[in-house]
Design a protein around this ligand. Structure first.
Ligand SMILES: C[S@@+](CC[C@H](N)C(=O)[O-])C[C@H]1O[C@@H](n2cnc3c(N)ncnc32)[C@H](O)[C@@H]1O
Ligand code: SF4
Length: 434
């Protein structure tokens, strides 16, 4: 297909953005200057609830080819010890006075030991009031497991489908694990019957995909009528996962027409909250809450990140080390990384761009600066690339602007990937003295 001049301009702009982002991620998220957190949770406990308690379950039966999340191959005894430690950490955190609005349970495979998961959610609910529990799952759980046991405990179930196309499921190693696309569609329907809110994770940017195959895959997704659909651009990062995931990835320039196919397929029936998250616009309202919303998050478990204002808190990425720390009644969170104000403002910019409006007043309220004061070069770039259009004091994001926000989101995922990679090499907490 011949590319137009404006497409080539966009590619030039996004290629430059990729280079700038990779450089700034390496600079702002390097863990070379991270410091040890004190032995206990000695920091001030906020007087109001923290938005999210993030709980990480780092086990999977087999590992998918594109995934860079923190997980190890399942071992029953280790996983049971892990859940016991996790509950001890949750009790300790609540006993210190921390409170949360929501709980997000991510993995790995959160449902890998269903009884332990149920026990853990029940414990949280017995200790403190929680507005919403969100839990990730793979599709096969709704065939092999007993999801009825989670009814009343989980409000939002987020299922990783990635694609209903068998060739993609085979290429990523998920066909053998989770079944064919048609089987997964049947499992998803069972989940939709059971839980108040169901989100389906879908991916694009694979080498075999075209705009029309992405549209067909999402048309299949739409036919199931989930409450939310999250569409992830395949992110290869620049660490160890780069080669593995890179083998599956298509030409980066193919992402723009695929993004437009995502929008055109989903938008008649779903509202785009961000260029990667869509909520159905029919039936009763959907509570739109995603873990990435710029609000504070407290992480528990091995491989969890927390974010408080200008700090990342990083827990031990070695499961035995994490358990050892909890058994000593110490914190599983061992390291703190300060995030510079500019990186936080860039995150804010990505969220606003994704949301569709750069609101000067709101931005000034958050940061004390106008958009042009905070980002003179970035604003010039966004205007020149046709990514934003002026509306009074504010700017609206165009399709191109939404695509740039999507690329920034992919940069954010790469940044998390980079943090995880470095965190695995940090000295084990139980073997170092303060
Ligand atoms: C932590 S994974 C857990 C999901 C669950 N274990 C599963 O496999 O169904 C959460 C989501 O991240 C997304 N994801 C994982 N690796 C990714 C990558 N390299 N690029 C973009 N998205 C990715 C997938 O859509 C996945 O469903
Ligand atoms: S995508 Fe899900 S099942 Fe696959 S390795 Fe990652 S966390 Fe495990």
């Amino acid at each position: 297909m011949q590319s137009s001049f404006s497409d080539r301009l966009l590619w030039g702009a996004t290629d430059a953005l990729d280079t700038v982002m990779a450089h700034s991620i390496r600079q702002s998220l390097s863990l070379k200057d991270c410091t040890r957190l004190e032995l206990e949770y000695q920091h001030d406990v906020p007087s109001t609830p923290i938005e999210t308690l993030y709980i990480h379950i780092p086990f999977c039966h087999t590992l998918c080819r594109f995934c860079s999340f923190h997980k190890v191959k399942f071992n029953d005894a280790l996983a049971r010890d892990y859940f016991t430690a996790l509950r001890a950490e949750i009790r300790a955190v609540v006993a210190k006075g921390y409170r949360f609005n929501r709980v997000y349970i991510g993995g790995g495979t959160t449902t890998i030991l269903e009884d332990e998961l149920v026990h853990t959610i029940e414990l949280i609910k017995s200790l403190t009031e929680i507005r919403e529990v969100s839990c990730e799952s793979d599709p096969i759980y709704f065939n092999d497991g007993h999801p009825q046991r989670l009814v009343g405990l989980v409000d939002r179930m987020s299922i990783g489908v990635q694609s209903f196309e068998d060739r993609i499921l085979k290429a990523t190693g998920r066909f053998e694990k989770f079944g064919s696309g048609q089987q997964q569609a049947d499992y998803v329907l069972r989940a939709i019957e059971l839980f108040p809110t169901v989100n389906l994770d879908m991916m694009y940017g694979f080498a075999v995909q075209t705009p029309s195959s992405v549209a067909a895959d999402l048309a299949h997704t739409l036919s199931l009528q989930p409450d939310q659909i999250t569409t992830y651009p395949l992110t290869t990062g620049f660490g160890k996962n780069h080669k593995k995931a890179g083998c599956l990835a298509g030409d980066p320039h193919a992402l723009w027409p695929q993004f437009m196919a995502v929008k055109q397929t989903l938008q008649p029936h779903y509202t785009m909250e961000f260029p990667w998250t869509f909520s159905r616009n029919f039936g009763p309202g959907v509570d739109n809450k995603y873990v990435l919303d710029g609000e504070d998050c407290f992480g528990v478990g091995s491989g969890a990140f927390g974010r408080f204002g200008q700090q990342f808190r990083i827990s031990s990425f070695t499961i035995e080390d994490y358990i050892a720390m909890i058994n000593r009644q110490q914190s599983g969170t061992g390291y703190v990384k300060h995030i510079d104000a500019k990186a936080l403002m860039q995150h804010q910019l990505m969220l606003m761009m994704g949301h569709g409006k750069l609101d000067n007043r709101l931005f000034k309220q958050h940061t004390g600066k106008s958009l042009w004061q905070a980002f003179p070069l970035e604003m010039l770039y966004l205007k020149a690339a046709g990514a934003i259009s002026a509306q009074g004091q504010d700017y609206l994001t165009t399709d191109k602007g939404q695509f740039i926000a999507l690329k920034m989101f992919s940069g954010f995922l790469s940044g998390m990937d980079y943090l995880r990679e470095q965190a695995r090499d940090l000295p084990q907490l139980s073997q170092t003295r303060l």
